[in-house]
Write a protein that binds this ligand. Structure first.
Ligand code: 5RP
Length: 242
């Protein structure tokens, strides 16, 4: 009973931390007449809610480019203007969540499986702003996020990619399965996902480039030197900006 109450309190605190980070990022970075990239996950939901509120209150002229089917639905459900990279290949700001943020603002992303489109959209933005709760703040990768680096692969290549990853970089890579275990998770692009649990600290920029060279790899969840700023919602109700 006490344990259940504690869990509920922690869940509420984490959700509030996500909300604080999302609102602060939208309030500090969104201006009139902008094209925005909208990330995926649970934290971005709060940012989009705040964005919709501001668009209504301030009559802002904003277009939104989604990073996933989830983001597309969020944009539509909130009455925001949906666009794409064909019409808006240059974005003013992209806002997205992260699974882990290291001390140099490098990220692990893709816990929700949307890493390839997220990286494309972030790469099109003048500013890439990250929103996260306090649990994502880390010195070195692996201290907080225990599920490894997500990697999107072409389905026919998943076994050779697993072998190449393990033999070149060590650790263990696994095919991500659906919760029902009925089959693998399939991304919005029709691909599979691997989760690579590394067993040491790597030179992440070089490793990212090398993994991308393995035939069959679409992209990795390593976002190196991409984030301009990170907003962490904290346990005490404040927002830490890095
Ligand atoms: C999806 C992502 C998400 O942004 C990341 O998993 C963070 O999600 P959440 O905001 O739910 O913690 O990279 O591919």
């Amino acid at each position: 009973m006490i344990q259940r109450r504690l869990l509920t309190t922690i869940r509420r605190m984490t959700e509030e931390a996500k909300r604080l980070a999302g609102c602060a990022a939208v309030d500090n970075h969104v201006k009139n007449n902008q094209a925005l990239g909208i990330g995926s996950g649970s934290t971005i939901v709060h940012a989009v809610n705040r964005l919709a509120e501001r668009v209504k209150q301030e009559n802002l002229n904003i277009v939104c480019v989604p990073t996933s089917f989830q983001a597309r639905q969020l944009i539509l459900q909130n009455g925001l203007v949906l666009s794409d990279l064909d019409r808006h290949p240059e974005l003013d700001v992209a806002i997205d969540g992260a699974d882990e943020v290291d001390s140099e603002l490098n990220l692990i992303k893709g816990g929700g499986g949307c890493l390839a489109q997220e990286k494309i959209v972030a790469g099109c933005a003048k500013s890439f702003i990250v929103i996260a709760d306090y649990r994502k703040d880390s010195k070195n990768f692996g201290e907080q996020w225990k599920k490894g680096v997500p990697i999107e692969v072409i389905p026919m290549a998943y076994v050779p990619v697993i072998k190449a990853l393990q033999s070149r970089f060590g650790g263990v890579a696994e095919l991500r399965m659906a919760v029902s275990k009925a089959g693998p998770v399939v991304t919005d692009n029709g691909n599979f996902l691997l989760d690579w649990k590394f067993d040491k600290v790597h030179e992440w920029k070089a490793v990212n480039t090398e993994i991308k060279m393995i035939p069959g790899v679409v992209d990795t969840g390593l976002f190196i030197n991409m984030a301009e700023r990170v907003y962490f919602g904290m346990e005490d109700g404040t927002v830490k900006i890095r």
